[in-house]
Design a protein around this ligand. Structure first.
Ligand code: NDP
Length: 503
């Protein structure tokens, strides 16, 4: 891109950025207890665009108490499920009325192209809240026939109640800030829980704007509390004895910390962690479709997707052709600031993430992998932002760090395979198991691969397809529990069995 001149954000976005931002605790907008704030940067130029409150342990404690009070004493528990659903629907409407504002905030904060924020992040958020608005009235228990062999002749009626868990701590990442908040909040609220949400420090803005909308949507004070801050806030939330369940999306490393911290009061945990998902291309695939799909699988959201197709496994017969085509696609991607109308790939979220990705690239080079494309950051106008060029490594070895570790950037590692058995073994040869895609026209191969892959999601002839009604989550060290769909309710409800003896 020749110029980095970008349109000014909309007036309401500028107004919001210039505000003094506050936490949401017990329905009130408050400063962090220590009065501290932190800088929020635009990763396209690293300029400070806002200041967010730096909530810590004391704020988490206040927020957990407010959530408990709302769960036990406030009208929330007495509302009908239909009323809960209506609030979620209203929240979705309020976001939809502000698509452009939320999209611009997300782009300024995270760096992703505005076209993507507008077309994907915000509409998916709206749709997600609507899905759980509808589901609020469909949560139900069951009736069971029981025999009770040691009570011959007695008659029983057994039924289950599906009840909310209580106070839920939710810790979310920066790659899809508002959408990740929706994935966590929608199901928790539909099921009748109260929440303390901790956004990522890199991207607090859309959550702070969302905080303005809960009261208008009708949620009683304290049902949703939002505490922005640093890892201390997340650690305090996951260890807090007043929290009944913690849900986390982020790195596998922090996932381990969350599990340890949860032990104090044995709180329930659900984890959506890292991945090293393979895109698998068989020789009978539609190669145009596959090349575009494989490139999209890794370069969408700049590779900052937990399910990014970061490993490419191509049948040896078409290896050179397919890898060549994917590299051509990658070379054409227009890098630039997310707010620029021509941008197809923006900067990474932060300097730390840029350095982390560049460090993996250096490791790959040192390990002897061959750089086919990229492998560095752009110079010139873009040097002041957190950019990394789309990168393709080829003929990598299974033990290399760049093959085993989640890089979370626009870096693809490619290797050939011989047959179905070989590719299933290679695909499953990591600690992760979040997702995979299979590119083939052969339905038998597609089904056999889907069954053989140890992954929570398998896409066939597509990648990165999400829907609120489709469960998402990991095998192995990619986590446990499912996001979205009916399955997510299992993380946010507990089953009470009631046995009535009939006389
Ligand atoms: P983290 O896992 O550190 O951050 C995710 C969230 O956890 C943030 O809200 C963070 O807060 C919070 N957090 C950090 N430490 C703790 C803790 N000890 N206890 C509780 N909460 C905590 O990811 P990073 O941002 O550091 O990114 C590093 C790598 O993690 C990426 O390169 C990528 O590999 C992976 N990642 C995976 C994601 C996924 O979707 N699976 C999403 C994001 C990252 P704070 O922001 O204040 O640090």
């Amino acid at each position: 891109m020749t110029t980095l001149l970008v349109p000014e954000p909309a007036r309401e976005v500028r107004d919001f950025l210039s505000q003094t931002h506050k936490l949401l605790i017990g329905g009130k907008r408050v400063d962090a207890a220590n009065g501290e704030t932190f800088e929020v940067q635009d990763p396209s130029n690293n300029l400070v665009i806002a200041h967010a409150p730096k909530g810590g342990k004391e704020d988490i404690d206040r927020a957990v108490k407010a959530a408990r009070d709302a769960f036990v004493n406030k009208p929330w528990r007495k509302l009908t499920v239909s009323e809960r659903g209506k609030m979620l629907w209203k929240l979705a409407d309020l976001i939809e009325e502000r698509v452009e504002e939320f999209a611009q905030l997300e782009t300024l904060d995270n760096g992703k192209p505005l076209a993507i924020s507008r077309a994907a992040d915000i509409p998916l958020t709206v749709d997600h809240f609507r899905y759980y608005a509808g589901l609020a009235t469909k949560i139900h228990g069951e009736t069971l026939d029981i025999s009770v062999p040691y009570a011959p002749g007695a008659s029983f009626f057994d039924f289950t109640l599906r009840e909310p868990i209580g106070v839920v701590g939710q810790i979310i990442p920066w790659n899809f800030p508002l959408l990740m908040a929706a994935w966590k909040l929608g199901v928790a609220l539909a099921a009748g829980n109260c929440v303390v949400l901790k956004p990522a420090e890199q991207t607090p803005l859309s959550a702070l704007r969302l905080a303005d909308l809960f009261a208008e949507a009708g949620f009683p004070d304290g049902v949703v509390n939002i505490v922005t801050g640093f890892p201390e806030a997340g650690a305090a939330l996951s260890a807090h004895e007043g929290v009944d369940k913690v849900a986390f999306t982020g790195s596998t490393e922090v996932g381990h910390e969350i599990v340890k911290a949860s032990a104090g009061n044995l709180k329930r945990v659900s984890l959506e962690l890292g991945g090293k998902s393979p895109s698998i291309v068989f020789p009978d695939a539609d190669l145009n479709l596959a090349a575009a799909g494989v490139a999209g699988a890794i370069f969408f959201n700049h590779g900052q997707c937990c399910c990014a197709g970061s490993r490419l496994l191509v049948h040896q017969k078409i290896y050179d052709e397919l890898v060549g085509r994917v590299s051509e696609q990658a070379e054409k991607i227009k890098l630039g600031p997310g707010m620029h109308p021509d941008t197809e790939m923006g900067p990474l979220v932060s300097i730390e993430q840029q350095n982390r990705v560049l460090s993996f690239i250096n490791t790959g080079k040192n390990e002897g992998a061959k750089v086919l494309l990229g492998g560095d950051s752009p110079s010139g106008d873009m040097a002041s932002g957190c950019y990394v060029n789309p990168t393709v490594f080829e003929k990598v070895q299974p033990k290399m760090e760049i093959v085993q570790e989640e890089i979370f950037g626009p870096v693809l590692v490619a290797a050939p395979f011989e047959d179905l058995e070989d590719v299933i073994a290679k695909s499953n040869n990591t600690n992760y198991g979040l997702a995979a895609s299979v590119w083939t026209r052969d339905i038998n191969k597609a089904h056999k691969a889907a069954r053989g892959l140890k992954a929570g999601t398998v896409w066939v002839n597509c990648h990165n397809i999400f829907d609120a009604n489709a469960p998402f989550g990991g095998y192995k060290q990619s986590g446990y529990g499912r996001e979205m769909s009916l399955h997510a309710l299992e993380n946010y409800t507990q089953v009470k069995n009631v046995i009535v003896q009939l006389h």
